[in-house]
Design a protein around this ligand. Structure first.
Ligand SMILES: [Zn+2]
Length: 256
């Protein structure tokens, strides 16, 4: 994966350099084609899946415009968090743009409810996420809330790794050779009511923080900087992307 500078108002655009014509896929909710396990974007036959962690890193670092060039259908999973991407963005540096950025505002709450999941965006001056997760036979519950700024994203969310609530499922998928991403090298796993991870946990509440990282990545698909308070109960990619789509239907975009 190579991150390249893009002109002002380009937004985030994925580019499959391994395919004929190097097709481009704008990273907006309209181009989402699959939300099982991860968020997949496509234009025509050009797909990229698991886009959320690199998009979260770009958004979280305050980047507005970038090309994400890939020689395959998936960004490197790295350690299952956004931290490695934060490091390469830092090393490359960023340049202030001359235009003021475009910001998406909503005037009324926007809500998505899907089975056990509810996710709402409430109108508010800042961008904040409050999230509750609950899973497993022991009903492990975590809550976290923070305003999303570059500082808070980097310090509180970016290092939180992917979480797999079902060890048996992971084990059978790994045995069948169906997944390489979600091994214990780059994921926390819930087994018998306890969280296991190769090197211990980075945060006691790493699961909920990762869910918030995913929300930052998936809601970057609104295509603009976001204002409002996201309140999420047991969120996942399907509800995050549905919220991004609803926001795009109801948003008012202004420069600020
Ligand atoms: Zn994730």
């Amino acid at each position: 994966m190579v991150l390249r500078p893009a002109d002002e108002d380009t937004g985030f655009v994925l580019r499959r350099v391994d395919l004929p014509g190097k097709p481009e896929i704008p990273a907006i909710a309209d181009n989402v084609v699959d939300v099982r396990r991860a968020t997949t974007l496509a234009v025509g036959n050009a797909h990229v899946h698991t886009v959320e962690h690199v998009l979260a890193a770009l958004y979280g670092m305050g980047v507005d415009n970038a090309y994400i060039e890939l020689d395959g259908a998936e960004p490197p999973i790295a350690d299952g968090s956004s931290e490695p991407f934060i490091q390469i963005i830092r090393e490359a540096g960023t340049v202030p743009q001359t235009l003021t950025r475009t910001i998406a505002y909503i005037d009324q709450p926007v809500t998505v409810t899907q089975e056990e999941t509810t996710i709402v965006l409430l109108p508010e001056e800042n961008y904040r996420i409050s999230c509750t997760v609950a899973f497993g036979p022991g009903f492990l519950t975590q809550f976290y809330s923070t305003e999303i700024t570059q500082k808070s994203f980097v310090e509180e969310l970016s290092a939180a790794r992917t979480f797999c609530p079902d060890y048996e499922e992971i084990e059978s998928l790994m045995e069948a050779g169906l997944i390489r991403g979600a091994s214990l090298d780059n994921a926390m796993v819930l087994k018998d009511g306890a969280i296991i991870s190769k090197d211990g946990l980075r945060f006691a509440d790493e699961c909920v923080r990762h869910k918030m990282l995913d929300i930052v990545g998936d809601l970057s698909l609104v295509g603009h900087r976001l204002r409002g308070h996201v309140v999420a109960l047991k969120p996942g990619h399907p509800s995050n992307v549905a919220l991004a789509r609803n926001i795009r239907e109801h948003m008012r975009v202004e420069r600020a």
